[in-house]
Write a protein that binds this ligand. Sequence first.
Ligand code: GDP
Length: 331
Amino acid sequence: MNLKIGIVGLPNVGKSTLFNALTNAGALAANYPFATIEPNVGIVPVPDSRLQVLGKMYETEKIVPATVEFVDIAGLVAGASKGEGLGNKFLAHIRECQVICHVVRAFANDDIVRADGQTTSEAEIESNAKRDIEIIQTELELADLETREKVAAKRKKDAGDELIPYLTDKPVIYMFNVSEADLSNAVRQEQLAALVAPAQAVFVSAKLEEEMADMDATEKMEFLASYGVEKDALGELVQAAYQTLGLQSYLTAGKKEVRAWTIRQGSTAPQAAGVIHTDFERGFIAAQVCKFDDLVRLGSEKAVKEAGLMRTEGKDYVMQDGDVVEFRFNV
Ligand code: GDP
């Protein structure tokens, strides 16, 4: 299960800066449109503090987090579906992603021009954000319209039905790039979130993320806390993506490795085993399951067993977030 998030947004909204922060990939960020000509791809670990806890408990050095892939999709500008900018190259890139992260500028600045050549003042933040959101939405709708026409024409020709994923069917998470002060400004955040409801909105500061580039995890968290924030952009976005797509993770732990696996909410034990290896799903016998919290509270697998909290589950068991699992299978 490979989570893939496509990052789109008008030029100069902070897309590349955020992509760099999310991936630490060091992609080009500059104050001009189309800094990113080809889509940049970065694969990063899904933040999960439970892994370190289990790593210590099982005395293993090998910790394997779940991963998320970011694609920085350039060139979605007004008129893109009709060939403006980089044209509609972005379509194929968006189709490959499960979720779109739309970065929206929500900071005031006189030096950084918007795609239309204007700047944004403090009073214009909401109205400009609203317009920017509509521009991108319109481009996606226009692109879909064209796809629909093509499908209709093709149907006439060979009557075959084809599955075409429309861009506007993809879930969108709106990532508002706000000022440091607005990171903890509930009023502003409510106003911005209302623009996109019921879609999810996350609030980040590309500028702060950039400043945190060289910090270690602890420094980063302290730094963010001083702005009244608990999570960095990666943490915010991944959490929103898991919620939007109905994903959760389960854990496997042993001396060899401690590892997180991504599954759909509602997955059964055999389906969860299938994420490790398809043979595990076919040959599934049972799952030995305990809760991460019980494991931490009681300190060891042995203590969990003694407390009667280690369960053996069969093929109908529905996985819960934070299950620590060992599968028995026959291959
Ligand atoms: P992109 O075209 O959307 O990829 O935008 P970039 O990430 O290249 O950013 C464009 C310009 O805006 C750069 O000069 C950034 O340093 C600046 N910028 C990005 N985010 C912020 C922010 O949160 N606050 C301020 N003041 N400047 C930002």
